[in-house]
Write a protein that binds this ligand. Structure first.
Ligand code: ADP
Ligand code: GLC
Length: 482
């Protein structure tokens, strides 16, 4: 089985969220399971620096750009293709957004180029000897590839195209652009149709992928159901219902080597399910690092998140006074919408020593918060999968989550005394969040029950083994069908 996995970010070099974590862990897990998987990524500066010995293979002219494909080797001998086009991918910083926080003005062409090259490598006219059976696309940045395979003429008499899988990591990001880009993107006029790339008067990358992929997956079973409803379908629910037989939810795993409290190099002290004592040293260290008071018997609540509407953290700001009085301490790491960043900064000023906020993107601090906090908070309005709740379970830091998407599939409320591993609430309101935090704090004061909860989360298997098996089964079904 040969798979080309195309994606627009990869941890640790270029990461804006969970997509980067998935790209860094899922293909290596497939590779270890015997699949010949190769990753295709833009050659961003950080990747060029990480793989200085990448070998140029071939060049293309497409969408007004010239690009060169380079080959390198990543973890455990897995091949990596880097698409070099400095005019598109040579910029430093966030891969999608400029310094003002808006999308780069040429994003359609940048990621159109990535999709175009992915389609070329997956089609009959590929210049490479290696031909994938499956082209696995991820999110809008790669979603035009199945449309290119559909619309662009394939060379007659050559090898048939790869089957395509389109994975939705987040339906909120759709890649919407103006109609005038149709021809610049090398798409034919007749692609401008309801069953093509048109979406309410705009050109939608993600819709194109959902329309033309042979299979659609998303990152949790619950999210797969939710996105078929008007409430959570973000305008694409009709198409997703239409294609429901092709849609499955496969829960993400986590990288159990990167996120292991027994070996984590970023922690003050390592610990494990049978050596839980070390966790308190991490709490002390985190308090010192973030300027929180060393008050005895006060639970510390951690947050590591993009600060956006999706993540529901405005609710935390709404109940700040009650949290201060409860009392709990709060350690927040995040960045995103400027208003929310400012609101969190204000909390620190109001309750110094009790609320601490670090605005930025800091991989190491993320690990230390997972380890040092007593509870982890994710009141997301929607959450396709969410990785942090799984990290926190593994770090003995029971999560408090809204019952949505992957959060609902991974966290079981402590009210279930046999299976509970965290705290779950059903409605995203400040009152429901506060009531759930109160419940969690009450249980935290009950040391034996708390330890049971921690141990249950720490012992669960969130590795990529099971998801890898699901993807392998899907690939096999597709190659037999097409
Ligand atoms: P999403 O992809 O929607 O942001 P996930 O929970 O799937 O949500 O993944 C988020 C990933 O990004 C996690 O690995 C998390 O630790 C990381 N992360 C988010 N914000 C920050 C930050 N400010 N600093 C460091 N890591 C962060
Ligand atoms: C997206 C989602 C998140 C998911 C991640 C990886 O960024 O918002 O819920 O865990 O992708 O699939």
């Amino acid at each position: 089985m040969k798979v080309l996995f195309v994606v627009s970010e990869i941890a640790p070099w270029v990461k804006t969220g969970g997509l980067g974590d998935v790209a860094a862990a899922l293909p290596p897990a497939m590779h270890a399971a015997g699949i010949d998987v190769r990753i295709l990524l833009p050659a961003y500066p950080a990747l060029k620096a990480a793989f200085p010995d990448a070998v140029p293979l071939t060049s293309f002219s497409a969408l007004g750009h010239t690009a060169t494909l380079h080959a390198a080797t990543i973890a455990q001998g897995m091949p990596l293709y880097l698409l070099e086009c400095d005019a598109c991918f040579g910029r430093l910083g966030n891969p999608y957004l400029g310094p003002d926080g808006d999308g780069w003005p040429d994003n359609a062409l940048r990621f159109g180029l990535l999709s175009r090259v992915a389609a070329l490598l997956a089609g009959g006219a590929s210049p490479l000897d290696w031909r994938p059976d499956i082209l696995h696309c991820n999110d809008w940045q790669t979603a035009l590839a199945p449309a290119y395979l559909h619309y662009l003429p394939q060379q007659a008499g050559t090898v048939k195209r790869a089957a395509t899988v389109m994975t939705i990591h987040n339906l909120a990001f759709q890649g919407l652009f103006g109609r005038e880009l149709l021809s610049a993107l090398d798409l034919p006029d007749h692609a401008w149709a309801m069953d093509g790339v048109e979406y309410y008067g705009q050109l939608s990358f993600l819709k194109a992928g959902l329309q033309f992929a042979d299979a659609i997956t998303t990152v949790s079973p619950t999210y797969a159901r939710e996105i078929q409803t008007v409430a959570a379908g973000m305008g694409l629910d009709g198409l997703l219902r239409y294609r429901a037989r092709r849609l499955t939810g496969i829960l993400n795993g986590i990288d159990t080597r990167q996120w292991d409290p027994a070996t984590d190099p970023y922690l003050a002290t390592t610990y494990a399910v049978d050596r839980l004592a070390g966790k308190s040293a991490n709490k002390a260290a985190l308090r010192a690092e973030m300027g929180l008071a060393a008050t005895k018997k006060m639970p510390l609540v951690g947050i590591v998140s993009r600060l956006t509407e999706q993540k529901g953290l405005d609710l935390v700001i709404d109940i700040a006074r009650e949290l201060a009085a409860l009392p709990v301490q709060l350690a927040v790491l995040g960045n995103g919408e400027h208003e929310m960043e400012a609101a969190f900064r204000t909390l620190t000023a109001q309750w110094p020593g009790q609320f601490a906020v670090h605005i930025g993107f800091e991989e190491r601090l993320a690990h230390r918060i997972e380890a040092g906090a007593d509870l982890f908070l994710m009141p997301s309005r929607f959450e396709p999968c969410g990785l942090n709740q799984m990290y926190s379970l593994r770090y003995g830091t029971p999560p408090i989550v809204h019952a949505t998407g992957g959060l609902a599939d991974t966290v079981i409320d402590a009210a279930d005394t046999r299976h509970g591993n965290g705290f779950v609430f059903s409605h995203v309101t400040p009152a429901a969040l506060l009531a759930t935090i109160r419940r969690a704090v009450a249980l935290w004061h009950n040391t034996p029950r708390w330890k049971t909860l921690q141990r249950r989360g720490m012992s669960a298997d969130f590795s990529w083994n099971s998801p890898t098996q699901h993807y392998t089964d899907l690939y096999q079904t597709l190659t037999q069908k097409t």
